[in-house]
Design a binder for this molecule. Structure first.
Ligand code: NAP
Length: 256
């Protein structure tokens, strides 16, 4: 039997793959056999080297996901280079920290736009493309949204981030409801506390760092590579009947 986790011959579009979790997911999917189109603001030079070292093709697409302006172009450039697209990973995201009592409209809008609005319209453009491509009706496309523990919990001093990531879990479900019958799987991964730029402020705060570590049953911060297995699974045919979930990869945080 063919390996159900193999991504041989698949094309992945991943946002924000120059660093952190996006880079780790891109590399894991490449190691499972997929070619990678990486869309984002910063040059993904390091990621390109890692993907090519895995023997896969790599395309860099310049795009600022602060607005929906680039979404159609990003899908079109992927298809122009690789002939098709099969898997979308919505990873690019931002966080702004301030007390809710004084949180600004600018910090609300920036986070909601990048983490939720742009994700919706990029996902819509991707879904139109895979429907147009057709193929095996049981499996024409896979979408993986990078959610958060704040898709489940409230958090503190991050109101727009919590709203966006809770919204993303809901979006994952509604799109699964609408598109499962079309052969498109829509799921999310909720990373716990991972060692990336996004969480640098927390690690630099000795008290927060200690209280976070004390609550993680695994007893350590997640390393970006810890996300790879879940991403490969949700991108693969092994997940053909998995729909609308937000899968925690959190060292046990939510079980606590
Ligand atoms: P990161 O190192 O800060 O990476 C964020 C990525 O998003 C970068 O590639 C960044 O590109 C990109 N991005 C941000 N705004 C963008 C824009 N306007 N246009 C294009 N790209 C943009 O953080 P990370 O931890 O890897 O975060 C990746 C995802 O995981 C995010 O959605 C985050 O919310 C989520 N997450 C992280 C954790 C964690 O513990 N680290 C936990 C839960 C969820 P630039 O380098 O150009 O800014």
């Amino acid at each position: 039997m063919a390996n159900p986790f193999s991504l041989e011959g698949k094309v992945v579009l991943v946002t924000g793959a120059n660093t952190g979790l996006g880079q780790a997911v891109a590399v894991a999917l490449a190691e499972a056999g997929a070619d990678i189109a990486a869309a984002g603001r910063s040059a993904p030079t390091e990621t390109q080297g890692l993907v090519e070292a895995a023997g896969r093709r790599f395309l860099s697409i310049k795009a600022d996901f602060g607005s929906i302006e680039p979404v159609q172009r990003v899908v079109d450039e992927t298809v122009a280079a690789f002939g098709k697209v099969d898997i979308l990973v919505n990873n690019a995201g931002i966080i702004r920290r301030a007390d809710s009592i004084e949180f600004s409209e600018a910090d609300w809008d920036a986070v909601m736009d990048t983490n939720l609005k742009v994700v919706f319209f990029l996902t819509q453009a991707f879904a139109k493309q895979v429907i147009k491509q057709g193929g095996d009706p049981a499996s024409i496309g896979k979408i993986i949204n990078i959610a958060s523990l704040l898709s489940f919990q409230g958090g503190i001093r991050v109101p727009s981030y919590t709203a966006s990531k809770s919204g993303l879990a809901g979006l994952t479900k509604i799109l699964a409801n609408e598109w499962a019958s079309k052969g498109i799987n829509v799921n999310a991964i909720a990373p716990g506390y991972f060692d990336t730029n996004n969480t640098e402020a927390l690690r630099n705060d000795a008290d927060r760092n200690a209280s976070i570590l004390a609550r993680i049953p695994a007893g350590r911060w997640g390393q970006p590579g810890d996300l790879g297995g879940a991403a490969v699974f949700l991108a693969s045919r092994a997940a053909d009947y998995v729909q609308g979930i937000t899968l925690p990869v959190d060292g046990g945080w939510l079980a606590r």
